[in-house]
Design a protein. Structure first.
Length: 141
């Protein structure tokens, strides 16, 4: 779904004593990319919560670690929407190292849309759903 990957640098705070990215930090990089993806689509999360009373929560995440990311690597994360429903979506994310394009990790993320005031399932904003559908159509061409 993302035409251009979202890029992030690995810093000391992301690594263990050996300079390898700590496994839990992969979650943070994947989360950051999804947040940046929403902003790039024109739907930052704070206005969506305040204006539309909507937010997204992760229901499930499956990560497959392929190769280690290391200190000072530049990471590129691509995002595709695998399934789109009225109140949920499934993301397929791929993390590569910039330069050698080595696949480092993949994540499949099930996210639910909630009414922010009740934390109950709710339809996502129609304009966001339409924007995702339009992007999916462009990706198929």
């Amino acid at each position: 779904m993302s035409d251009q990957p979202f890029r992030y640098r690995v810093y000391w705070e992301d690594t263990d004593a050996g300079g390898v990215v700590y496994h839990a930090r992969y979650l943070a990089f994947f989360e950051r990319a999804r947040s940046d993806w929403l902003m790039a689509m024109g739907f930052p999360q704070v206005p969506m919560r305040e204006r539309d009373n909507r937010l997204f929560v992760v229901r499930r995440i499956d990560i497959r670690f392929v190769a280690p990311a290391r200190l000072e690597d530049e990471l590129a994360i691509r995002i595709d929407v695998e399934h789109l429903r009225s109140a949920s979506l499934t993301f397929d994310q791929h993390m590569h190292r910039v330069g050698d394009e080595q696949l480092l990790a993949t994540a499949r993320v099930d996210a639910a849309c909630l009414a922010a005031d009740r934390f109950a399932p709710a339809r996502m904003p129609e304009d966001l759903r339409t924007a995702i559908q339009q992007q999916q159509q462009r990706d198929k061409q």
